[in-house]
Design a protein around this ligand. Sequence first.
Ligand code: ZN
Ligand code: ZN
Ligand code: FE
Length: 748
Amino acid sequence: MRQRGCRVYKLHDRISITITGTVQGVGFRPFVYRLARELRLTGHVANTSLGVIGEIQGQAGDVDEFIRRVVADAPAVAHIAGFDHQMIDPVPGETEFVIRESDPSTDKSVAILPDLATCPDCLAEINNPSDQRFQYPFTNCTNCGPRFSIINDIPYDRPNTEMRNFTMCPDCQGEYEDPGDRRFHAQPNACPVCGPRIGIDGHNATASGVVLDYCADIIRQGKILALKGIGGYQLLCDARNEAAVKELRRRKHREAKPFAVMFPNLACLQQYCSVNTEEIALLTSVVAPILLLYKKAGAGLATSVAPGNPCLGAMLPYSPLHHLLLGKFDFPVVCTSGNLHDEPIATSNAEARDKLTSIADDILSHNRSIARYVDDSVIRLTANGVQYLRRARGYAPAPHYHRRKLPNVLAVGAHFKNTIAISMGRQTVISQHIGDLSTPEAHNAFHAIVEDLPRLYDFTPEIVACDLHPDYLSSQFARNLNLPTVQVQHHHAHIASVMAEHALEGPVLGIAWDGTGLGSDGTVWGGEFLICEKGDFQRFASLRPFRLPGGDVAALEPRRSALGLLHTIGQPFHFAHGFEESELRLIEANLRQDINAPLTSSVGRLFDSVAALLGLGQVTAFEGQTAMKLEFAAHGRIGSPYPWGAGDVVDWAPMIAAIIADRDRGSSIESIAARFHGTLIEIMVAVARKSGLAEVALSGGCFQNKILYELGAKRLKEAGFKVYLPRQLPPNDGGISLGQVWVASWQY
Ligand code: ZN
Ligand code: ZN
Ligand code: FE
């Protein structure tokens, strides 16, 4: 933050102020207004697309006090990126301080705020039978409520939001205009008289209470309810009811991927999950994310909620509608995104009717539109602080601020867990989680967001950055823009994302471990040690490559990775892979003749192989499922490392031979898993030492593995390295777009 040096002001000095950052939609103007009034100052303040600007006039000491307190006492949800003030000529005879109408201008670099969870004041109102907002599901104020999910244009004013069609009643208008009120300039302000309403599709009930009782019964009866949430529809059912959860899985075509669960309150959550003070602070923050917590045994949650997983994605109600519905229960409900397998979430009432009637028994809708879909965010608390797994509601589109000015780059991300990013001057806005671009629907969602985000910020790209993989739909999109294009190698982008976060110019040793990404040599990478400096990288070392029979198919069939691994070192296929004799012969022939069996150095696939060799799973429902089983088997511990071959190529062959020998002599899976993790961590340390560099950055999907992320970082620190981790973005491909921006920014 820049601040001009202090100077002495004459009696009745006047200054102009410009405050940039996240200062709109957070009650900043009312705050400035109240402060000015308190200090007997005159002048004005307004929102512009630059940020908050104004002129302040008064006695010298009071003006100084204003300058101090406008920063020190700013609203908690505001983020001040810059504060400039300059002396200007006083205006004689001015007697008032006023808030002026917003002035739409051309530069839209001002930050848009994420959606904020219901604040305690609003919660008290909806639970108070004598309040006019009792049981009103759209209650909000300047401290809480929807933002990113309802905004259509900047500046953030009601006509530019999905509230434009609701005219405030005199009471709401009064609150909106009263600088002393909590709802002063609260753009989505509404009440039962004038605001949006809930309703059940195909039913006549309109009274909030009747609708909510009906919906609560649906869930109590073990049925499935679709609910229009903040950033899209969600699917709810009783999380204790095994039959209901199983039925939801069947209808949603989601076999095994864990479901998130919403608890009516913290006390209920504590019956089911272990949670510490820091985790409670995250759950009850304005973000109210899905937080991964350890389940308590025997608490009575249906097994199908998160099968075979010691953790649970837990959250608390974050909108009045969630509070009101969940308030009717003393048990948790599954709360998962309202979509068919792999498709984007339904956001409009028509889409819900079209896509969700086959999944939900009833649909709880309302008539406030959702401007864009925003999924629930998923995070967890680790020994290294908060780790983001999915960055969406509550976080997006909070910008990342750079130390230097970047050109206008549009980065389109990769393919899985995709996000896009746009950089404007010193800030980069990273989109909400988009998802995998595998289905036509997800691809449409990508197109919608890649059109939406630049439009919202009035952003014109000068450069487009994409993945090196030419077949990714995102890369194809980038090529068609006819702009200077920077293709960024996938693992380089993973590390560059961490470098951007920490403003590192390097050289730094990047350890990028994940499932898949196209390498500069045309093979599939994923076990990389890259020396990165500014926008360049060199491949310093990598895992010994092995063949992957079936290519992409292998991501869902760990047994294929294991076959490829064993083939590469000429070992027999002695494990319960479940292939028919004829299938096996074909795979062997393909491996020998190098047909549809690309080379990979992927650590993700190495995890799969070891899991398959240990019988933890041969075919999976989602990528990483068996790799997770291997992590869980280690119970957070590492064992003494197995031998491996050191060199520019890290040879896993001695380790695999030792693992097979351990398995055959009946060592426990727990101990093998712990030793496998221990080996990988020692490999990191050994290669880091060999690099001669002092700084190490870790990223890539494999660092969602808590043992690698926590103990890997710990061991590297103990070995004397300065370790940099993804802190504001996920280590998975959700962070790729920022890395692409960073790399492209060095080339222009
Ligand atoms: Zn509020
Ligand atoms: Zn009203
Ligand atoms: Fe990746």
